[in-house]
Design a protein. Structure first.
Length: 456
């Protein structure tokens, strides 16, 4: 085998093995890194979407809690006997300041089981009251207009078949067992303003007449609820929304829907595709396909983005609505992803650098390999290979012996000479092998074996 070809073969094998080792090690590290990163990303995404949902529920409860607290105070006033529906001026003095400062409540009603009702609502810069069930009203209701100080500005009678006892907030709260419980209606159209909303109500029995039941109720427009939800920030590109169990979303522009004058809930709960946000439609589709799970983090695709969503049932409300939160995963890990790409580029550069370093190491040591004596002799050119071995000098795989038995110092055959080269031969046989040249002295001078006086 040609020496230069043999050296190139060794170099190729050396390069192949080093590159394979570098690639395998780097690949194993990358594989573990990607697997662990994916698991950590998924767990962190689920934790983040749950935190956003917690914040949305907290925001939503922050909207309703003052209403329920105000209602509870009104009920205690009623139990104390200071909320008689017929006392319009006295009630105005209590309720006008409260309603004026409330951003959630649009109107107040106080009614009893005899059909008597007090109703208060803001009308631009003035206030309107409606009195129902008055004596000698003959199927009419009394409207009165008041200024902010409680001064009467105008009044008129209006023919009306309105009866508070037939309203959902009145009938619903009467069916509750506990007087201390707040009852919430499902969304419906308000009788007076013809806008959609929900009503919270509580009941009590006066101490003087336990057979008569009183109810205090507060109207909350859906428009205000919708604005509270849509204004909540769910990340840069996330969205918070209200929906029902069928996957319909509460419309954002409820005022325009109200103008159509229908009490059908399908008017203000619209298909997700018409809501205007693809991420909401995709989230609801994933939710419906998963059989409407609650409090469970759902992964889904919206366009080319991977997103997360969670749905929570609104706590403590009779109406079955869900608050949904949908957020693209990039909103959670946008900066992490950019750093991840940078890390991958750096890792790729290190890998390429490692391969190049391996190549240069192979080139460097291949020159040293060429200087090592060969362990394979070309029998077609034996003399040339032996001369190269002699020229290279002794090494761990090449040993010179001047004679096989003759001690050149004494001029006589010696057993110690025979043992010396036999020991070297045995050592090579018990290790990786080597070459023993007899007839060459330690300085590399060819002496031949004539001194041994062999007959042949």
């Amino acid at each position: 085998m040609n020496s230069s070809l043999r050296q190139r073969s060794i170099r190729r094998i050396f390069l192949r093995d080093i590159v394979a080792l570098v690639v395998f090690t780097a690949g194993a590290i990358f594989a573990v890194w990607f697997i662990q990163t994916d698991r950590i990303r998924e767990q962190l995404s689920q934790d983040q979407i749950q935190k956003v949902a917690d914040q949305a529920i907290s925001e939503f409860n922050g909207f309703f809690k003052p209403i329920e607290q105000t209602l509870s105070i009104f009920r205690k006033w009623g139990q104390a006997g200071i909320l008689e529906p017929a006392g319009i001026a006295s009630l105005n003095a209590k309720f006008i300041p409260i309603l004026g400062d409330s951003g959630q409540i649009s109107s107040i009603m106080i009614a009893n089981t005899e059909g008597v009702e007090y109703f208060l609502i803001r009308d631009k810069d003035t206030w309107l009251t409606r009195s129902t069930g008055l004596k000698n009203a003959n199927g009419r209701v009394l409207w009165q207009r008041w200024d902010n100080s409680g001064k009467l500005l105008d009044k008129w009678w209006e023919k009306s078949a309105y009866d508070p006892r037939r309203r959902p907030w009145f009938q619903g709260v009467l069916k509750t067992e506990s007087e201390g419980r707040v009852f919430w209606t499902s969304p419906y159209m308000f009788f007076t303003m013809k806008t959609f909303g929900i009503t919270a109500s509580m009941k009590w029995h006066p101490k003087s007449n336990s057979s008569r039941t009183y109810v205090v109720a507060l109207d909350v427009p859906l428009m205000k609820i919708s604005k509270t939800i849509t204004d909540f920030s769910a990340g840069v590109n996330g969205k918070t929304f209200l929906c029902n169990h069928e996957g319909y979303v509460l419309a954002q522009n409820i005022d325009s829907v109200s103008q159509q004058g229908s009490n059908n809930q399908s008017r203000f709960f619209i298909p997700a595709e018409k809501y205007g946000y693809p991420i909401v439609a995709a989230a609801l589709d994933a939710w419906l396909n998963a059989a409407n799970p609650q409090n469970e983090s759902l992964g889904f695709k919206s366009g080319d983005k991977y997103c997360w969503a969670v749905f929570r049932n609104l706590p403590g409300k009779e109406f079955k609505l869900f608050i949904g939160v949908a957020v693209p995963e990039n909103d959670f890990f946008g900066k992490v992803y950019s750093k991840q790409k940078l890390t991958m580029l750096i890792a790729a550069a290190i890998l390429i650098g490692g391969i190049m370093l391996a190549f240069f190491l192979v080139r460097k040591y291949s020159y040293q390999l060429k200087d090592l004596p060969t362990q394979t002799l070309n029998r077609t050119d034996l003399a040339s290979d032996i001369l190269k071995l002699v020229k290279s000098g002794e090494s761990s795989i090449l040993e010179f012996k001047s004679t096989m038995r003759m001690n050149l110092k004494t001029g006589k055959p010696g057993k110690e000479i025979e043992l010396a080269w036999i020991k070297g031969l045995v050592a090579y046989m018990n290790t990786a092998g080597g070459i023993l040249l007899i007839g060459v002295d330690d300085e590399g001078n060819i002496t031949g074996i004539e001194a041994d006086n062999f007959e042949n």
